[in-house]
Each structure stands twice: as C-alpha cells, then as structure tokens.
Ligand binder design. Structure first.
Ligand code: ADP
Ligand code: MG
Length: 228
C-alpha cells in the first residue's frame, strides 16, 4: 500500500527568548493509507507538536514531510492553508466549534473555504451529520449539545471535505468513559470506511482501538508496534 505520510528527520525547535527549546529531535514515520494509529507518550513528549506538523498547522525546523507525495515542509502559508482544508481533518480535545453557529453550519464551514455552493454545502453537511449520528441535532448550537454530541459535530466537520487523513489530538480527553467509547466506535467506523486515522491519547483503552501504537519520549519515537 502507498504511504499517505512519509516524514524523515523531522526536527522542531522553538525559540523562547535566548533559549532554544528542542521538542522533536529527529522523527521518521511512514504511514500507509487506511492505517489506524494511536500516538501515546508522557505529557510534554511532543505529541501535539507532531500532530500540528502532520496537520499542516505548523512547519518543521528541519526534515521533510511528504503528504500524498507532495513535500509540504517547504510550502507557503497559503499553500498550507489549501492542503489543510482539502487533505486534513483535525479534531481537538476541546472541540473548537463556533459557539453561536448551528451544528449544520459548523460542519459546513470548511466547504465555505473550499468555495462550494450553499445548496451543496447543506446537502453534504446533512449527510455527514447523519453519518455521525446527529440527524436530529442539525439546528442545535454547541451549548444545546452534550460533550459527546459536540465532539460528533467536530468529527463531522473534520470529515466533510473527504480529507486523506483524520487527525485527532486527545479527542476523548474531555469526555467520560461511556462517551469516550461511543466516540471511539465512531472513529472505528470512520477507519472501516477506508480513512486513515491518527489520534493521540493517554488511555490504553482508547489506544487499543488502533492497529498501530507509536510511543514518543523526549521528542523521539520510543516504540512503534503494530497489533493488527
Ligand atoms: P504533548 O502534547 O506530548 O504533551 P507538546 O507537543 O504540547 O507535548 O509539547 C512538547 C514540549 O514542547 C513541551 O515542553 C512544550 O512546552 C514545548 N512547546 C510546545 N509548543 C511550544 C511553543 N510554541 N513554544 C515553546 N515551547 C513549546
Ligand atoms: Mg498534547
């Protein structure tokens, strides 16, 4: 199978005044289309920094990042924004929905940036909301939804442009264990539909849903184990 992601020698430093903070210290990863990956590791080990790079929210200090064969490590901000909108679906721990906007409009938002017509946006957003189990919540605003329902909206928004990878940074971190399991069943379904899914978690039960577990420690890959 082809690699959807191929990163080599990724280094990410941050400059804090005079001090250089070395966060990612040389990461190589090949990820095949359709893989289902959990990234684990202690707090501060660089998981979110890596996810932000994979999601084209950030660029590396050094190293290369190939996404579907395109080197994104050298792209301009505009090119990155376009890749992000087309190729990446990102889910955050804190959902990051627009608070005054309905579930339907939150899910439709990435298609506004993509220039899709309103009629097509609404049709697609309705389809995606039905897929994530919210057919009866389309007109609800985030504060009218439970945490699990909010995360479903965020997952719908991530899926709406049919990205090549779905990234989720601690997507169950703010949810109770029953709701976490429901959200992980949703990620299982998304993976089963043929998507590449990469998520960060602290919890072994969550990671057990993935087929490959990558552990980071001090900005390096400590282990990379496939269990299915
Ligand atoms: P994790 O998600 O594994 O908890 P992070 O990737 O968020 O870890 O952070 C790893 C380390 O990088 C931490 O020590 C953090 O303080 C540092 N770091 C992350 N982003 C920045 C930044 N923008 N500026 C300075 N240091 C940062
Ligand atoms: Mg983090």
């Amino acid at each position: 199978m082809e690699n959807v992601i191929d990163i080599k020698g990724i280094i990410r430093n941050f400059q804090l005044g005079q001090e250089t903070v070395y966060v990612l210290k040389g990461i190589d990863l090949e990820i095949k289309r359709g893989d289902y990956i959990a990234i684990m590791g202690p707090s501060g080990s660089g998981k979110s920094t890596l996810m932000n790079l994979l999601g084209c929210l950030d660029t590396p200090t050094d190293g290369t990042y190939n996404l579907n064969g395109n080197d994104v490590s050298k792209m301009t901000d505009d090119e990155l924004a376009e890749i992000r909108n087309k190729e990446i679906g990102f889910v955050f721990q804190t959902f990051n929905l627009l608070p005054r906007t309905t579930a339907l409009d939150n899910v439709a938002l990435p298609m506004v940036y993509a220039g899709t017509s309103k009629k097509d946006r609404n049709a697609r957003a309705e389809e995606v909301l039905a897929d994530v189990g919210l057919a009866d919540r389309m007109d609800h605003k985030p504060n009218q939804l439970s945490g699990g329902q909010r995360q479903r909206v965020a997952v719908g928004r991530a899926l709406v442009n049919k990205p090549s990878i779905i990234l989720a940074d601690e997507p169950t971190g703010n949810l109770d264990s029953k709701t976490s399991l429901e959200i992980m069943q949703l990620f299982d379904d998304i993976h089963a539909a043929g998507n590449t899914v990469i998520l960060v978690t602290h919890e072994e039960e969550v990671a057990a849903h993935a087929h490959r577990v990558i552990r980071l420690r001090d900005g390096m890959v400590e282990s990379d184990v496939r269990n299915r």
